[in-house]
Ligand binder design. Structure first.
Ligand SMILES: Cc1cc2nc3c(=O)[nH]c(=O)nc-3n(C[C@H](O)[C@H](O)[C@H](O)COP(=O)(O)OP(=O)(O)OC[C@H]3O[C@@H](n4cnc5c(N)ncnc54)[C@H](O)[C@@H]3O)c2cc1C
Length: 384
C-alpha cells in the first residue's frame, strides 16, 4: 500500500535526514557500539542540520514546526539505521524538550532551549526509579524546600535506566514535593550536570542497543534555586500524562520503521541465499511467512500513519497512542524474530544487522510504559 500522509516537503526533509545517516552516522556505527554513546560531535552536527529544533520556538533557536509529521520522518529514518540513535535523539528533542517548551518560563526557555536546539546541551528525562517505573505515582525521590527562607529546593533520591543519562547536560526529573498527595504531589525539576550532589552512573550493560547511554542518576542533597522548578508544583504527573502519548507514538513510528527496514533487507537475503539448489525465499513456507510479515507491517503502518495525522492535528488520544505503542512493539519483535530465523546461523551473529536489531527491539515492549500498562490504559478506557 502506498503511504499518503507525507508531501514533497516531508520527503525533502526525509532526504536530508537520510543523507545525515549515510554521511555521518553509518561510518561511526562501530565506534558507537564500542563506546556505548553517540559522540558529542554528532549531536552538534545533527543540531546544525536543524534536527533538534523542530518543536522549539524560533525565538529560542528552533524551527517552530507544528506539523508532527516532520518529527515522524526523523524518527523513521533514524530507526532504519538503528533503534538506539532514534531513541537517544528522540528522548532529547521529541520527548524532553517539549516539557521545557510547554512548561518553562521565558527565562528558563532563554536559558536552555537555544543550546538544546544546537545539540550543545543534551537532555534526559528521569521518571523511573529503582523501586519501580510502571507505578509512576509512587515515585520516591523527594524535593523539600530549604528551611532557611531562600526558596531553594533540596533533592534526594535516584533514577535508573535513564536514556542519555551519562551524557546529559540537563535532566528533567520527576520528584515528590508533597508526600501527602500521591500523584498530585509530584513536580518536575530541571537539573544541570554541574549541580553539586547530582551524579551519574556509568552506562548500564544492556542486552541490546549498545550505542545508547542508559544510566542511573543520583541526587544527594542537590540544592537548586526555585527557578529550576518546571511548571507548577504538584503538576508533574499531569504533565507526564499529557506528554507520554507523543513519546509512545514516537516509539511506535520508530519500531515499525525499523521492522520494515530489516524485513526488506531480509527479503533481499532470501532471494540470494540458496539451499537445496533454490533461493530460500522460494520455499513455500518461507514465501508465506514473508507474505504474512509484509502484511503485518503494512497494516500496522496504516494505523500508525493515522495516529501521526491525528497527532499533527492535535487529536491523538492517549488510548490510541497506547494501542499504537504496544502493537508496534509486538509486531516489530515478531517480525525481527522471523527475520533472524530466515537468516539461519548468520541471524545469530552480532556482525549481522538482523541479529543486532533483534536484540535492540526487545526493550520496546518494556520502556515508555510496558505493553501490560498500555493494555491497562486501553482496558480502563473500555470501562473494564
Ligand atoms: C533501555 C532502557 C531505557 C529507558 N529509558 C528511560 C528513560 O529515559 N527515562 C525513564 O524515566 N525511564 C526509562 N526507562 C525505564 C522504563 O520506562 C521502565 O523500565 C518501564 O516503565 C517499566 O518499569 P520497571 O522496569 O520498574 O518495571 P516494573 O514497573 O517493576 O514492572 C515489572 C513487570 O510488572 C508488570 N506490571 C507492573 N504493573 C502492572 C499492572 N498494573 N498490570 C500488569 N502488569 C504490571 C510490568 O508490565 C512488567 O512486566 C528505560 C528502560 C530501559 C530498559
Amino acid at each position: 500500500m502506498p503511504r499518503n500522509i507525507y508531501d514533497a516537503d516531508h520527503e525533502a526533509f526525509r532526504s536530508s535526514v537520510r543523507e545525515f545517516v549515510e554521511r555521518s552516522l553509518k561510518p561511526r556505527a562501530e565506534e558507537m557500539i564500542r563506546d556505548h554513546v553517540i559522540p558529542r560531535d554528532l549531536w552538534i552536527e545533527a543540531g546544525k542540520q536543524g534536527f533538534f529544533g523542530l518543536g522549539i520556538p524560533e525565538e529560542f533557536g528552533g524551527a517552530e514546526v507544528e506539523d508532527y509529521r516532520f518529527n515522524a520522518v526523523m524518527a523513521e529514518e533514524l530507526a532504519k539505521f538503528n533503534a538506539a540513535t532514534s531513541s537517544c535523539f528522540g528522548i532529547h528533542s521529541d520527548i524532553t524538550a517539549p516539557y521545557i517548551v510547554a512548561l518553562g518560563t521565558q527565562e528558563q526557555k532563554e536559558r536552555w532551549l537555544p543550546q538544546v536546539a544546537t545539540g550543545e546541551k543534551i537532555l534526559s528525562i528521569g521518571m523511573t526509579e529503582p523501586s519501580g517505573g510502571s507505578d509512576l505515582a509512587a515515585l520516591k525521590t523527594t524535593a523539600v524546600k530549604a528551611d532557611d527562607g531562600s526558596g531553594d529546593w533540596i533533592i534526594n533520591g535516584s533514577k535508573t535506566f535513564i536514556t542519555n543519562g551519562h551524557q546529559c547536560d540537563l535532566a528533567v526529573v520527576a520528584v515528590r514535593t508533597d508526600p501527602t498527595k500521591g500523584a498530585k504531589g509530584i513536580s518536575l525539576f530541571v537539573l544541570e550536570a554541574e549541580d553539586e550532589g547530582f551524579s551519574k552512573g556509568q552506562p548500564l550493560d544492556k542486552v541490546g542497543q549498545p550505542e545508547s547511554d542508559t544510566s542511573e542518576l543520583f541526587f544527594d542533597n542537590v540544592r537548586v534555586p526555585a527557578d529550576r522548578l518546571l511548571g507548577e508544583p504538584g503538576m508533574g504527573f499531569i504533565a507526564m500524562m499529557q506528554k507520554l502519548p507523543q513519546e509512545r507514538l514516537g516509539n511506535a513510528i520508530a519500531n515499525i520503521a525499523n521492522g520494515r527496514q530489516i524485513l526488506e533487507e531480509t527479503i533481499e537475503y532470501t532471494k540470494e541465499r540458496k539451499a537445496f539448489g533454490q533461493p530460500i525465499g522460494a520455499f513455500q513456507h518461507n514465501k508465506f511467512k514473508i507474505a504474512e510479515l509484509v502484511t503485518k507491517v503494512e497494516v500496522t503502518e496504516a494505523y500508525i500513519d493515522d495516529c501521526v495525522v491525528a497527532h499533527a492535528e492535535g487529536k491523538l488520544t492517549a488510548v490510541d497512542a497506547a494501542k499504537a505503542k504496544w502493537w508496534a512493539a509486538e509486531v516489530q519483535c515478531d517480525v525481527l524474530d522471523e527475520c533472524v530465523q530466515l537468516h539461519g546461523g548468520y541471524g545469530f551473529m552480532n556482525e549481522y544487522r538482523v541479529a543486532r536489531a533483534w536484540k535492540d527491539a526487545r526493550v520496546h515492549k518494556i520502556w515508555a510504559g510496558t505493553n501490560e500498562i498500555m493494555k491497562e490504559l486501553i482496558g480502563r478506557d473500555l470501562g473494564l
